[in-house]
Write a protein that binds this ligand. Structure first.
Ligand code: FB9
Length: 491
């Protein structure tokens, strides 16, 4: 409809001087006219010149008065010939119309009030010039927006200024009375029917984007995990098998020399299993050595001096750290002629802790360890410097800390160039002799280890503030589809 109107008008006339007036005259919305002008212009059927001018549009309050009349006229029309009390008048027209209309009716000297607060009108009818002007604006019939009356409407916030944009339109080099559908392919039918001679072919749009390819999309956590794996592999580490979320308290705590009274072993911090509630198989001779080191120490240690209970060690749980896997791997390393090893793990761990914006009851722990003869704390600081430099954080600081299974232990801080501040980026330490020697590792073997989470770096790298936007049932699939590649760890 708009296309026929425009092409038809230009067939009889030199130009459409003002698309706004043309829309009003042809009874077509200006938006439709503009869209068609843009399309015809793109194919050179017409040539369009921008027109801009100041115009007025009605506010929501202005639209209400254009329909129902100004508040002052509504108020006057609500006053009966015998007059009315203020309270009755307010109840009749409503508090908004009453409070606004009353002041303008008094200013226009349309009403008066006696000592008993009875309001009477001074005229039988009043002209609603405000409504008339609002309707003129609504119909696009106002040209001089600087007229004092219109400025007053702006002061009353019944109208607002805006830049009106339209076009003047003339025939273009490819003008035609009507736009023939352009052919996109030369078909067998076209050729057989000789139609091809009159066909107009649509130009190829080489800038057109292809349809988005629907397929699988990697979650940001998996992208960061891949990069972390690459970093570990580049550093000569081997991945530990972490395919058991369920673990015994023995491997998760006792093997790490974590005492059975430790608060972390309480059900407020750990998820214990009801079924199967206990583990069935443990290496008995090793269990005996662990019992002994907890109760009476050995290897220079005094132990904890409590009655260690097997049934406590048998309790099954959801592992609270992948260090449980590290203890299994180190034990199996001790069962054969010793050779140094570098292991890492990245997998889910579970903690029965209060959840908040950045913590859930589970997260992915990243852990690295190096097991070799004569390692020192300096070696640990050196490997941390190498590892975190590959993450883009080369300025590190170490703060003494405590872990039940490492001594010494260090919290790791890195200077984040983006945030311009120091950020806690992990924890680390040297596994205690009370953990390593009962396994059967040689006296001079040391294990340096560290841990961090997968979620924290991912949230920072992807600018995600709430962990529920990253992990869990409320994750926006758009994030999964549209997140950029992760480029840490690429040298
Ligand atoms: O990941 C953590 N922070 C972090 C890591 C990387 C990072 O990358 C930069 C942007 C590029 C940014 C931040 N943290 C450890 C520190 C904090 O986020 C902390 O609030 C949360 N911690 C978790 C534990 O919270 C219950 C992160 C998780 C954590 C902490 C300690 C270990 C593992 C994970 C450990 C260990 C360990 C120690 C000694 C021996 C073996 C393992």
């Amino acid at each position: 409809m708009a296309e026929e109107a425009i092409l038809g008008f230009l067939h009889e006339n030199h130009e459409i001087a003002d698309s706004g007036k043309f829309a009003t005259q042809s009874g077509i919305s200006h938006d439709d006219i503009v869209n068609v002008v843009k399309s015809l212009s793109a194919f050179h059927f017409v040539e369009a010149q921008d027109i801009k001018r100041d115009s007025l549009v009605l506010t929501e309050e202005g639209r209400a008065y254009a329909a129902a009349g100004s508040p002052e006229v509504q108020l006057v029309n609500a006053i009966p010939p015998e007059g009315i009390t203020l309270k009755e008048l307010e109840n009749k027209v409503g508090s908004d119309i009453f409070s606004i209309g009353r002041s303008y009716a008094m200013k226009n000297k349309w009403v008066e009030m006696d000592k008993s607060k009875v309001v009477t009108r001074k005229f039988d009818t009043v002209d609603d010039k405000v409504k008339e002007m609002l309707v003129q604006i609504q119909e696009g019939k106002v040209t001089n927006t600087e007229d004092a009356a219109f400025i007053n409407l702006k002061k009353r916030k019944l109208v607002a200024s805006q830049i009106w944009k339209g076009y003047s339109v003339k025939k273009g080099p490819k003008y035609a009375r009507e736009r023939r559908k352009q052919a996109t392919d030369l078909t067998r039918d076209n050729l057989q029917r000789d139609e091809w001679k009159n066909l107009e072919f649509k130009e190829y749009n080489f800038k057109a984007k292809g349809f988005p390819v629907e397929g699988g999309h990697l979650h940001p956590l998996l992208k960061v995990r891949k990069q972390m794996q690459m970093i570990f592999l580049q550093m000569g580490f081997e991945e530990m098998p972490t395919n058991n979320y369920v673990e015994s308290s023995f491997w998760n705590f006792d093997a790490l020399f974590q005492p059975q009274q430790h608060p972390a072993r309480d059900s407020h911090d750990t998820f214990f299993l009801k079924e199967p509630s206990t583990t069935k198989i443990l290496p008995e001779d090793y269990v005996s050595r662990v019992k002994q080191v907890h109760e009476s120490g050995g290897h220079g240690s005094r132990g904890y001096g409590y009655d260690w209970k097997r049934e406590e060690a048998n309790k099954n749980l959801l592992r609270t750290h992948t260090t449980a896997v590290s203890s299994r791997m180190l034990y199996s390393l001790a069962q054969k002629p010793f050779a140094g090893q570098r292991y890492y793990s990245i997998d889910r761990v579970f903690r029965n802790e209060a959840v908040d914006r950045t913590h859930l009851a589970e997260f992915h722990q990243i852990e690295g360890l190096i097991c070799d003869r004569g390692l020192t704390l300096g070696d640990l600081q050196g490997v941390l410097q190498d590892f975190f430099s590959r993450l883009g954080m080369s300025k590190l600081r170490f703060k003494p800390a405590y872990n039940p299974y490492t001594e010494p232990s260090m919290e790791i801080f890195g200077y984040h160039e983006g945030f311009k501040k120091w950020v806690e980026i992990g924890n680390s330490g040297m596994f205690r002799p009370e953990m390593l020697l009962p396994m059967g590792l040689p006296e001079d073997v040391r294990v340096i280890a560290w841990g961090l989470s997968l979620e924290r770096p991912t949230m920072i790298l992807y600018g995600i503030d709430n962990i529920r936007d990253l992990f869990g049932h409320k994750v926006d699939l758009g994030l999964i589809k549209s997140n950029p590649i992760c480029r840490i760890g690429i040298k």
